[in-house]
Write a protein that binds this ligand. Structure first.
Ligand code: BEZ
Ligand code: FE
Length: 288
């Protein structure tokens, strides 16, 4: 066994971690060792900086539980979450692009009919989102389920409000025979990511904007197609260019058109002005 010095330590660690029983684990661990040793060498990491990093990671873990995932937030703000999304969702250019899931999705949202108001009377400007779900060949997809969730018109999800313990502003809409859907809600506001933890502490030492632009989340998981996790962003709002989690994409920015009081896209009537966004979701078929 060779004794350790600055020059051979990386090679020794690579040999050790190369013994992982699964070839994939060996690949992951040796690449991690290579890159992290290279990082320490490049910045000449000091003892104090190494300890500060360990303390930051410890605090990040200690704040994480089933309600709050500070580690995922850390991954989001350094662009790692979005990079993993890109690597795993290489759809054709005509398919709707994917973006980050985020921490606020909940399983089991209620199925609701075409045009149902998922805001359930919450304050805010009424918003209709209508369009179709098709495959990349333009074939409409009947009975496709759009799992939808969003922040409220002040930029909060229910889990961020102490007095609220019921799910809200989330629902599952099903497309009709011709692939069309109609969502009614209130326009969400952009919001800050949680800034009261180690991720916030780090961001406060930079000029990074800690906001996300106003958006509505969608998850569409249909057999024979890649699961689509995405958002629609409101065109013209703040933070589109600086989304703290790198989630914005051109193809997902849509106009929320101002409409006067009167007929609505679900065939009803509203006695106040409202917003209307149209978007056709295009799913990428799986090859296997
Ligand atoms: C969200 O859009 O819900 C979200 C995504 C990443 C971090 C925080 C929030
Ligand atoms: Fe969100």
């Amino acid at each position: 066994m060779a004794f350790v010095n600055e020059d051979n330590i990386t090679e020794l660690a690579l040999r050790r971690w190369g013994t992982a029983h699964s070839p994939r684990l060996a690949q992951l661990m040796t690449a991690l060792v290579r890159h992290i040793h290279e990082f320490a060498r490049e910045v000449e990491l000091t003892d104090d900086e190494w300890l500060a990093a360990i303390e930051w990671l410890t605090a990040t873990g200690q704040l994480s539980d089933e309600k709050r995932q500070e580690f995922i937030l850390a991954s989001d703000v350094i662009g790692l979450s979005m990079l993993v999304v890109q690597l795993n969702n290489r759809f054709s250019p005509t398919a709707t692009p994917a973006t980050v899931l985020g921490p606020f999705h909940i399983d089991g949202s209620p199925p609701v009919p075409f045009g149902h108001d998922m805001s359930d009377g919450l304050p805010g400007k009424p918003l209709f989102i209508t369009g179709k779900v098709t495959d990349t060949g333009g074939k409409p997809m009947p009975s496709a389920v759009l799992d939808v969730w969003q922040a409220d018109s002040d930029g909060y999800y229910e889990s961020q409000i102490a007095e609220i313990d019921e799910a809200r502003l989330r629902a599952k809409y099903q497309t009709r025979e011709d692939g069309t859907y109609c969502i009614r809600t209130v326009a969400p506001l952009g919001y800050s990511i949680p800034m009261d933890g180690p991720v916030g502490d780090l961001i406060k030492k930079t000029d990074i904007s800690h906001f996300r632009p106003a958006h509505v989340h969608f998850l569409i998981d249909e057999p024979g197609h890649h699961k689509l996790i995405t958002h629609l962003f409101q065109d013209g709002v703040e933070y589109l260019d600086t989304d703290v989690v790198f989630g914005t994409k051109d193809a997902l920015v849509v106009e929320f058109v101002e409409r006067p009081a009167g007929p609505t896209p679900d065939g009803g009537q509203l006695d106040q002005p409202y917003l209307h966004a149209t978007y056709d979701f295009v799913l990428e078929p799986t090859t296997d």
